[in-house]
Design a binder for this molecule. Structure first.
Ligand code: ATP
Ligand code: SKM
Ligand code: MG
Length: 169
């Protein structure tokens, strides 16, 4: 048994694909941003960033990652930055199968502007330089994201994906 970690930029589809994949495999679905909010007594992620700063948020994020039972049956939608801080990517690789959802900054922008989304401290939909920001973060983060066991670029057929993964679980 292995957990499955979905990693990638905000809006790359971790929650959407994660829920579908969990249903298909009969796994539980968990979202690390939700775990952080729970751990912080219901405070929003924006509130945590504003009040305590990003470094504090990243500490909680790391702690929450370690609470997920290893070698179990969870599909984990990780926070967009999670693999890029502390030893999180090494931990993810040691404790499950990792899948990078590789979506271009242009597609990410399109999704962020099109859909009503949760507020994100690092990606402001009102910001005229959002695309530049997405490009910069995408470039900086690829070093971590590309360490995943699998990379999926663009659209995915969940049935096919779950069959492909079965051999590794
Ligand atoms: N394959 C897809 N094609 C087109 N749109 C998609 C696809 N997957 C997800 N979306 C849309 O993109 C938006 C972001 O998807 P989702 O919330 O799953 O991403 P996420 O990686 O979990 O982002 P977040 O950082 O908000 O947690 C949603 O509005 C969703 O409907
Ligand atoms: O990309 C990021 O760094 C983040 C993504 C979100 O999932 C949240 O974890 C938070 O807003 C930070
Ligand atoms: Mg999500």
């Amino acid at each position: 048994m292995k957990n499955i970690f979905l990693i990638g930029m905000p809006s790359s589809g971790k929650s959407t694909l994660g829920r579908r994949l969990a249903r298909e495999l009969g796994y539980y679905f968990v979202d690390t941003d939700k775990l952080i909010i729970q751990e912080e007594g219901g405070r929003s992620i924006n509130d945590i960033f504003q009040t305590d700063g990003e470094a504090y948020f990243r500490e909680v994020e790391r702690r929450v990652l370690h609470t997920i039972e290893p070698n179990s049956q969870f599909v984990v939608a990780t926070g967009g930055g999670m693999p890029c801080f502390h030893d999180n990517m090494a931990y993810i690789k040691a404790n499950g199968l990792s899948i990078f959802l590789d979506i271009t900054p242009e597609q990410l922008l399109d999704r962020m502007l099109r859909h009503k989304l949760n507020e994100r401290p690092l990606f402001n939909r009102q910001d005229p330089t959002l695309l530049q920001n997405l490009r910069q973060k995408y470039t900086d983060r690829r070093f971590f994201y590309t360490q995943a066991d699998f990379t999926i670029s663009g659209e995915t057929d969940v049935e096919t994906l779950s069959k492909q993964l079965e051999a590794y679980l």
